[in-house]
Design a protein around this ligand. Structure first.
Ligand SMILES: [Zn+2]
Length: 334
């Protein structure tokens, strides 16, 4: 299936709110897709890993594309499949699920040294977010295999063109809409190199510190446990958590580039040693990395225009980058 077909099949009008028939149908549909693609269950004989929390039933859907060496810790690609409202919620998060499934297909065709886990998490949305019922937390704490994870790549809101923060940016920095944002490169010394080398033509990538924007999705539990991670997102937009977040509004060519980037990052991580830095969260200094990505993404002039448009005189230091992230986030806080 193409990314668009995958999104359209999953993003039904009834939505995927936990406890509803729509959620149940989505779960069955995704189990069937994991089977049809040819992935293997991550543990036991079923993709569905049920859990109970706060008196309710939930179900993570976890598959693996086996690696060449089954003893190695796998790289995890994760996205939540529940929805916030009874509506298609195409960008949140059917787009990321579609990309994760497509990545699973890729790693079946071209196995990596280690396994690639495709994790479709339940219960990420408000009501469960950062609670003990959150799918990614229950997965990490109760369902993961002892070998753990080599690295984790989490996606949320990866299906849309980034809206222009101001008309001036739209005019002066036309590539702004193509941007993909990443956080978490600070979580391991080798991540900036991997995240930089894996870039694909036509998809400018910019990075910021995760703590500048907060734990917006399922990466938190991996971060807290010292797993090297990246979070990929196009940020919030005007259709965020709205009934208007429909499949026809997504940018499918951009999604294909995000998929290509994700696959390249996952493959590179699978081949990298990533020497352990301990069980605690790390924060390496990524100032130079962030500045170089910005320059590559927007060009020197574009980066300067963007800084001016949000009221910054220069983009040279950690403080400048943090101010840029805060001001850009301000435009997208809806
Ligand atoms: Zn959401």
């Amino acid at each position: 299936m193409t990314l668009q077909e995958e999104v359209e099949a999953l993003a039904q009008p009834e939505g995927r709110v936990v406890g509803t028939l729509g959620h149940e149908q989505a779960r069955r549909h995704l189990v069937e897709r994991l089977r049809a693609i040819g992935l293997s269950p991550y543990r036991g004989h079923t993709f569905g890993l049920p859990y109970r929390a706060a008196g309710r039933d939930f179900c993570n859907l976890i598959a693996v594309a086996p690696g060449r060496d089954p003893a190695l810790a796998p790289v995890l690609i994760g996205a939540h499949y529940d929805s916030v409202i009874a509506a298609p919620c195409a960008d949140d998060n059917a787009a990321a699920v579609a990309i994760a499934l497509s990545a699973g297909e890729h790693f079946l065709r071209e196995p990596a040294p280690c396994g690639i886990v495709i994790a479709l998490f339940d219960a990420e949305e408000p009501g469960y977010f950062q609670t003990l019922a959150m799918g990614s937390i229950r997965f990490y704490e109760d369902q993961r295999l002892p070998v753990g994870f080599h690295a984790a790549l989490i996606m949320d809101l990866v299906g849309h063109a980034v809206p222009q923060p101001t008309p001036e940016v739209g005019r002066l920095v036309p590539q702004f809409g193509r941007l993909l944002f990443i956080t978490g490169a600070e979580s391991h010394a080798d991540l900036p190199g991997v995240a930089s080398a894996a870039r694909v033509p036509g998809l400018p990538v910019v990075a910021t510190l995760n703590r500048r924007v907060g734990d917006m999705s399922d990466h938190r539990i991996f971060r807290l446990n010292g797993v090297p991670y990246l979070f990929l997102t196009c940020g919030r937009w005007q259709h965020y958590h709205q009934p208007t977040d429909t499949p026809d509004r997504l940018d499918y060519p951009k999604m294909a580039q995000v998929r290509d980037y994700l696959v390249r990052v996952a493959g590179a991580l699978a081949r990298a040693d990533l020497p352990s830095e301990g069980p605690r969260p790390r924060e390496h200094d990524t100032t130079a990395f962030e500045l170089s990505l910005l320059g590559d993404a927007l060009g020197e002039t574009g980066a300067r225009y963007l800084a001016m448009a949000v009221g910054l005189a220069r983009l040279e230091t950690r403080a400048d980058l943090d101010a840029l992230a805060a001001r850009l986030q301000g435009y997208f806080d809806l």
